[in-house]
Design a protein around this ligand. Structure first.
Ligand SMILES: [Zn+2]
Length: 386
């Protein structure tokens, strides 16, 4: 029977694939598919449009609705510029910790889920256990939806457990988010006659002023019941990067910057999306009234829906029964749970490890959390056998 040692062996193998989001993850996916096949489990691979990457899903147990999905992502963030004590792509155990890129976020959970799948098969579960392993999560959950849609081929599960690190606490809500990159194209003239040109910087500043206005208004408003659980309890809009212009006496021909939103559950990200695009159109019209060739190009990097706490949610009830955690937890990072929920699944976030260790140099998962994750899997499979 697969046990904690099986999961640990899988963790070693998964971490050894340097599946940084910017690179292909096909080696990892093929490794997982091949290993599952050797265990008698056939997995479906969902290639990305350019074929450089893939997601994977699988099911064990009878083809019946009412099962459970274990959802993880295969990609990890880069290690560039980080000072690691040991090789990030080799799991190194010291002082009760498993060091390695992705041990916490979230190959630890992936390894546990894979071992659980085999355990479920050997034990002969009466309801299915499904695995969803995505890619490009770290780029903004941009590849989850095609995999979720492909999973419509399986009998509908009643609960989704997204195993992002929560210290095995049951997280029932998170903010959603959207990120945009804007390229403002101005028109260069000598700044003494700036009224005949278009300053990409000053036009861009109108959008940033709008950002500040939204934050001030959101902060001043009374939070709704869902928003009240978050810190801060309002939707935030942020710009973390900007560049532009060439000289103090030339109206800037170009200015680029990012704008991103963190949207509280209970608010529609599409409302914010439309408000943002309306403001962009307004500023662009003002620019083009001076110089028709000026304009603003918007690159939508990602849209991640919020996860709203469910009323009588099946995933929450399951995760609470398995962990014994009955406290209320929400987080401010986005996960794929919101995307499952938007597609009609009941979903929570619950996985081993502390988000504080994610993305860091010397990222680690404690052996104790890994074991707690395996206990969760054993109890989950036992429940599916009943
Ligand atoms: Zn993650």
């Amino acid at each position: 029977m697969p046990d904690l040692a099986t999961a640990r062996m899988l963790l070693d193998r998964l971490v050894a694939f340097p599946s940084v989001s910017r690179d292909s993850n096909l080696d990892l996916i093929e490794g997982v598919r091949g290993w599952l096949e050797a265990q008698g489990i056939s997995a479906q691979v969902v290639p990305s449009p350019d074929g450089r990457k893939a997601s994977l899903y699988a099911q064990v147990g009878p083809a019946l609705p009412g099962g459970v999905v274990l959802s993880g992502h295969s990609d990890v963030v880069p290690v560039d510029g980080q000072a690691w004590t040991s090789d990030p792509f080799t799991v190194t155990e010291r002082d009760g910790r498993l060091y390695g890129r992705g041990t916490c976020d979230m190959k630890g959970f992936d390894a546990l889920a894979l071992a659980a799948l085999v355990l479920a098969k050997r034990r002969g579960v009466k309801r299915p256990l499904q695995l969803a392993l995505s890619h490009d999560e770290e780029l903004g959950c941009i590849a989850c939806i095609p995999m979720i849609d492909a999973m419509a081929a399986l009998p509908r599960a009643s609960a989704v457990i997204v195993g992002e690190p929560t210290m095995m606490k049951v997280v029932t809500g998170h903010k959603g988010g959207m990120a945009y990159w804007l390229r403002v194209r101005g028109y260069e003239v000598h700044s003494s006659i700036m009224h005949e040109g278009v300053s990409a910087i000053l036009e861009g500043a109108k959008l940033l002023a709008w950002v500040n206005e939204q934050n001030a208004a959101n902060r001043a408003a009374r939070p709704g019941p869902l928003a009240a659980m978050f810190n801060p309890p309002w939707t935030t809009v942020h710009s973390g990067q900007i560049s532009g212009g060439t000289a103090h006496n030339i109206t800037a021909g170009a200015c680029e910057f990012g704008i991103d939103f963190r949207v509280v559950p209970g608010e529609d990200p599409d409302h914010w999306r439309q408000a943002f695009y309306a403001k962009v159109a307004e500023v662009e019209a003002e620019m083009q009234a001076v110089r028709p060739e000026a304009g603003i190009d918007v690159d939508e990097r990602f849209v991640v829906p919020p996860l709203a706490p469910e009323t009588q949610g099946a995933a929450e009830a399951l995760a609470r029964a398995l962990t014994g955690d009955n406290a209320r937890h929400v987080v401010s990072y986005g996960t794929e749970a919101g995307q499952f929920q938007v597609r009609g699944w009941s979903a929570v976030v619950c996985g081993p490890g502390d988000i504080a260790q994610a993305h860091q140099a010397d990222e680690y998962l404690t052996v104790a959390q890994f074991r707690a994750g395996w206990d969760f899997m054993e109890d989950l499979v036992a429940g599916l056998c009943k």
